[in-house]
Design a protein around this ligand. Structure first.
Ligand code: RIB
Length: 318
């Protein structure tokens, strides 16, 4: 029996997306042509990315006992994601994200957590007891309660299964988990927020930190976790700092950007899939970066996520 399944712990949302000429400022109203509903949530999005790229995926999360929850589960199952470990929370609403996307594909997101906020550590522990024997990687993101995040990282570590922790957003429990040595995948803002919270690095000198500042900060975190840190740099690709502190830049895929929503989730899902399949870190990061590049070519977090065939073709040419 090969242990290459991927277990994903994190949030599932229904995304209500409006495309508009620009993002609204405080107190401002912007008007777009209409609202589109898409599947969302960082955990569920990453689960879909991992499944589309060929992985056997078990998603652990929570939905409400409402129509949106039933739809969210149907969509995951249609993408081949296992939903047997999802809790259906009585008298709770499924998570919803209100998203505005501008003409450059940049977004603004507000999330109503709903049932995601009720995901219990007991649900996570029970799911991981079932799934860890066949798991090659556990991917955890932090739009769910800290106790659920901690339960996932602790169980994976205790079982010796590689754990990827996407600190999006940076919540206090992430700092407590650093010593367990999860692979971290922050974006630049999360990197500095995490380093500040962990007391392991100076803040950047300006709003847009230099490459050197990003590298120094990531290496400081590696010094604490003794595990790789992969910093997603948006349109600038990914910085990979390995557990020995050596670094490498992965160039982005050049594409026409329609919507950046879910690019980080795609990166994380495909990274987890590649690591579970036994790929080396730098190769896994390269393939995941290609997948993230493809994901931004369509509106909606999941619409641009590649299938295994599409990803293999794009990765071969990248
Ligand atoms: O990372 C993108 C996701 O963040 C969206 O799908 C939205 O649901 C929020 O969770």
């Amino acid at each position: 029996m090969t242990a290459d399944d991927i277990v994903v712990v994190g949030a599932v949302n229904v995304d209500m997306v409006v495309t508009a000429p620009q993002l609204p400022g405080p107190g401002e109203t912007v008007v777009g042509p209409g609202m589109r509903r898409h599947g969302g949530g960082k955990g569920a999005n990453a689960a879909v990315a991992a499944a589309r790229s060929g992985g056997t995926v078990h998603y652990v999360g929570a939905v409400g006992d409402d129509d949106l929850g039933a739809t969210a589960l149907r969509e995951l199952e249609a993408d081949g994601v296992g939903t047997d470990d999802v809790a259906v929370v009585a008298q709770e609403a499924t998570g919803v994200a209100l998203i505005v996307v501008d003409e450059a594909g940049e977004n603004q997101i507000a999330v109503g957590a709903g049932a995601n906020g009720r995901l219990g550590a007991d649900v996570v522990e029970a799911a991981l007891r079932r799934r860890l024997p066949t798991a090659g990687c556990v991917l955890v993101s932090t739009e769910v309660p800290g106790a659920a995040v901690a339960a996932a990282v602790r169980a994976a570590t205790a079982a010796g299964v590689r754990c990827v922790l996407n600190p999006a957003p940076v919540i206090p429990v992430v700092v407590e988990l650093l010593d367990l040595g999860p692979v971290l995948t922050p974006n630049t803002g999360e990197l500095f927020a995490l380093a500040a919270a962990a007391g392991s690095g100076p803040p950047p000198s300006r709003a847009s930190p230099s490459c050197k500042e990003i590298l120094t900060c990531a290496q400081a975190l590696v010094g604490r976790t003794r595990a790789p840190v992969l910093v997603t740099l948006g349109g600038d690709g990914v910085l990979v700092v390995d557990s020995d502190g050596t670094s490498r830049h992965v160039a982005p895929l050049w594409v026409e950007v329609r919507d950046t929503t879910g690019a980080g989730d795609t990166f994380n899902g495909v990274l987890a899939r590649e690591l579970a399949a036994g790929r080396r870190l730098d190769e896994a990061a390269r393939v995941a970066t290609v997948a993230a590049g493809l994901s931004v070519t369509a509106v909606g977090a999941r619409n641009g996520m590649p299938t295994a065939t599409e990803l293999a073709a794009a990765a071969a040419g990248a």
